[in-house]
Design a protein around this ligand. Structure first.
Ligand code: PLA
Length: 428
């Protein structure tokens, strides 16, 4: 039986060898990947691919959440440029430890939990540097599978599309919970509580710490408190994805309020941090995964296991981005400048929300658009349908994800009128 299978396999390889590749020497085995079909286009990064392939000068990309200045250009923060100058030529290029740059991890968790957080003073937090926010989520999902193999993850509806892929590839059983109510364009708090009440004890719950992607709708402080009580009484584990600290309100402390509320309630939470957006370090892939433990020994144990998961995947994380973040966060002047620059980015986005809304109203749109200014963070969950989005792309060369999410970070004084006009045309 086994040998038959091998023979059949071999035949298949041989039979396709002659067909496509003329440069393959006779007799060489080919056809290894003939069964591989093209992967589905990524719902977010695929939009950038389509945008880049469009040669129309009017084209607008409000797909991926990447900040642009008012001229539509990518931005490198001044504090980052200065940090680069400080670092330049002075560092060696040795491997980092498996868990990354220790000082970076320390500064990163201070940003998330607060400089004087008791969990940090008691050394109860296991923190490792990760390949940005995505890497932090994936490392945690793998950790969850390894040590709580039968546990579930509860994911909000909707969410950042990649969350589903991450926990699926980590082979964790995924369930969803209600989050957004289309009729009110706000939080479905009742639905959320109802669904989470049904989650079995020991389940993990994915929460967006602030600036929920894609909806721009966050729970209020009181709602977070209520959720925290439910998590306590029902034995649920809060996992915070914090990809936008600073982008919601312009204030990194305010944007960490959910984490602080859960921390003060004594939860053993975990947190994925990304410096892609708030420090503009997208391609540097710099992030941090932290897990709050019961005591310092447990934190040492957990960190060692996180490192062991990282080792066969990518061994250790990249150096440069972590050095930049460390330099900015450990220099009071640079840190102050960073706070100002985050605020400038957040404020520009808020300004564009107002501009988009007022342009739509000026055009006489009879639809309600107040959610544009009520939502926070990088995205506007516009309510546009897939068909309307398709029309925007085909007729106006405007690129956005098909769920109607507009990256407000890509809206500028120069394109906001064009965008509003196009939206008005397809929603008439
Ligand atoms: N978590 C959330 C909620 C995100 O929105 C993103 C990025 C990440 C994690 C991961 O970011 P990082 O790995 O780059 O740190 N979401 C983007 C980009 C901005 C993307 O899809 O990768 C988005 O357009 O939704």
């Amino acid at each position: 039986m086994a040998s038959g299978l091998v023979r059949n396999g071999a035949k298949r390889f041989m039979s396709t060898a002659a067909a496509p590749a003329s440069s393959v020497p006779a007799g060489a085995r080919s056809g290894w990947w003939e069964a591989v079909q093209p992967a589905a286009r990524d719902p977010i990064l695929g939009v950038t691919e389509a945008f880049l392939a469009d040669s129309d000068p009017k084209k607008v990309n409000v797909g991926v959440g990447a900040y642009r200045n008012d001229e539509g250009k990518p931005v490198v923060l001044e504090c980052v440029r200065k940090a680069e100058q400080i670092i330049a030529g002075k560092q060696n290029m040795e491997y980092l430890p498996m868990g990354g740059l220790v000082k970076f991890n320390d500064l990163s968790v201070k940003l998330a939990y607060g400089d004087t957080a008791p969990v940090l003073e008691e050394k109860r937090v296991a923190a490792v540097q990760t390949l940005s926010g995505t890497g932090a989520c994936r490392l945690f999902a793998d950790f969850q599978k390894r040590f709580k193999p039968d546990s579930r993850i509860y994911i909000p509806v909707p969410t950042w599309a990649n969350h589903h892929n991450i926990w699926r590839d980590a082979r964790v059983e995924a369930h969803t919970f209600r989050y957004y109510k289309p009729s009110t364009r706000g939080l479905d708090f009742e639905g959320l509580m109802e669904d989470l009440k049904k989650a079995p004890e020991g389940s993990f719950v994915l929460l967006h710490a602030c600036a929920h992607n894609p909806t721009g709708v966050d729970p209020t402080a009181d709602q977070w408190k209520e959720m925290s009580q439910l998590f306590k009484s029902n034995g649920l584990f809060p996992f915070f994805d914090m990809a936008y600290q600073g982008f919601a309100s312009g204030d990194t402390v305010r944007d960490a309020q959910a984490i602080r509320i859960f921390m003060e309630d004594g939860h053993q939470l975990a947190c994925a941090q990304s410096f892609a957006k708030n420090m503009g370090l997208y391609g540097q892939r710099v992030g941090c995964l932290s897990v709050v433990c019961d005591n310092s020994q447990q934190a040492v144990n957990v960190k060692s296991q996180l490192q062991q998961i990282a080792r066969p995947m990518y061994s250790n994380p990249p150096l440069h981005g972590a050095q930049i973040v460390t330099t900015v966060l450990s220099d009071p002047e640079l840190k102050e400048q960073w706070y100002k620059e985050v605020k400038v980015m957040a404020d520009r986005i808020i300004g564009m929300r107002e501009a988009l809304k007022s342009n739509l109203e000026k055009l006489g749109s009879s639809l309600p658009w107040k959610h544009i200014t009520e939502q926070i963070g990088m995205f506007c969950y516009s309510g546009l349908t897939e068909d309307q989005v398709d029309r925007l792309t085909k007729e106006f060369h405007i690129y956005m994800t098909r769920n109607g999410r507009i990256s407000m970070a890509g809206v500028t004084t120069g394109n906001v009128e064009y965008l509003a006009n196009a939206i008005h045309e397809v929603t008439k």
